[in-house]
Design a binder for this molecule. Structure first.
Ligand code: ZN
Length: 321
């Protein structure tokens, strides 16, 4: 009897991963490189956490899925760029022969996670994908991102599963300008971003809170350099949770970048694994209240291999608990 009681509090968490993500080759010196995912996998194997996860290999997104957010002319441009051997889509966004395919599988990973959680095959899921997505604009690659995985996920939830209210929480250290742009005039997707400010890409000011019907459904929470676990948890409790709970989301998506870690080379935010664990646990409370525990989290940045692996580990521990 007591065993069953205990088990009811344990979440079934899926880990979405496909080996093609390693074939998006940005070269050995680019911060957004294949070894990021290998470092996470090694860590999960070493601590045995991998055995608690439901490992799922996804299929790829269709062009129609990508077109939920991106212009078809842009999708064709990426396909051609890869075929023609171009090396960059923008100064930061390096591509290789398999990048288009990998990007389709990255978006496909998030879509598969959503379907799995909807079918009850898992309570929540973490998508260990690359290339990342939150800087990708409807018709432009940007900041290591080709297709906006999380924005596609939000639109897919609405189209395929009839979900009316989706929240996207983005704690990557950079502002997710692409995601903000996709939903800026839309009241059905609440976008909340905590990011170092001022910092790349320059957007994410507090006063940018949406337009037209979307006014009030875009919440930018700029964090000054030096902010860490305490500052983030405070903002979470005082601003993020009340906003999420008043919106009553039917599904929670997380743009989970781990480049706000104190050891990360790309920022001056000082989060630790503990902070990522805590933020995850807090969002799980809202998910329990409003979204039947449904959370799909999607990897964005994180460039120190050790702190990335440790932070993802902490995030997954919180998701599985
Ligand atoms: Zn980032």
């Amino acid at each position: 009897m007591h065993v069953r009681g205990l088990a009811s509090n344990i979440m079934k968490t899926a880990l979405i991963y496909h080996p093609i993500y390693l074939k998006h080759d940005t070269g050995p010196h680019h911060p957004e490189r294949a070894s990021r995912l290998q470092a996470i996998l090694r860590k999960l194997q070493k601590t045995d956490l991998i055995n608690k996860l439901q490992l799922t290999e996804p299929g790829k997104a269709s062009i129609d899925d990508i077109a939920l957010v991106h212009h078809r002319s842009y999708i064709a441009k990426v396909k051609d760029a890869v075929k023609n051997g171009l090396l960059n889509l923008d100064p930061d966004t390096v591509i290789s022969q398999d990048s288009f395919e990998a990007a389709l599988f990255a978006a496909g990973g998030v879509i598969n996670a959503i379907d799995l959680v909807f079918k009850g095959g898992a309570d929540n899921a973490f998508c260990m994908v690359r290339p990342p997505g939150h800087h990708a604009r409807p018709s432009q690659a940007m900041g290591f991102c080709i297709f906006n995985n999380i924005a596609i996920a939000a639109r897919y939830l609405q189209k395929q599963h009839g979900i009316e209210r989706v929240v996207v929480i983005d704690w990557d250290v950079h502002h997710g300008n692409g995601t903000e742009e996709a939903f800026y005039d839309d009241e059905s997707v609440l976008y909340i971003s905590l990011h170092q400010y001022p910092h790349y890409p320059g957007t994410g000011a507090r006063e940018d809170n949406g337009k037209d019907k979307g006014k009030g459904f875009n919440l930018n929470l700029p964090m000054p350099a030096g902010s860490g676990d305490n500052e983030y948890i405070k903002v979470f409790k005082e601003l993020v949770v009340p906003k999420v709970n008043s919106f009553k989301p039917q599904f929670i998506l997380i743009s989970a970048g781990f480049d706000g870690h104190r050891d990360d080379p790309l920022s001056s935010i000082t989060l630790t694994e503990k902070g990522y664990y805590e933020m995850t646990a807090i969002l799980k409370e809202s998910a329990k209240l409003y979204s039947e525990n449904r959370i799909v989290s999607v990897l964005e940045g994180g460039y120190n291999l050790f702190s990335l692996a440790d932070s993802v580990h902490a995030h997954l521990e919180a998701l599985t608990t």
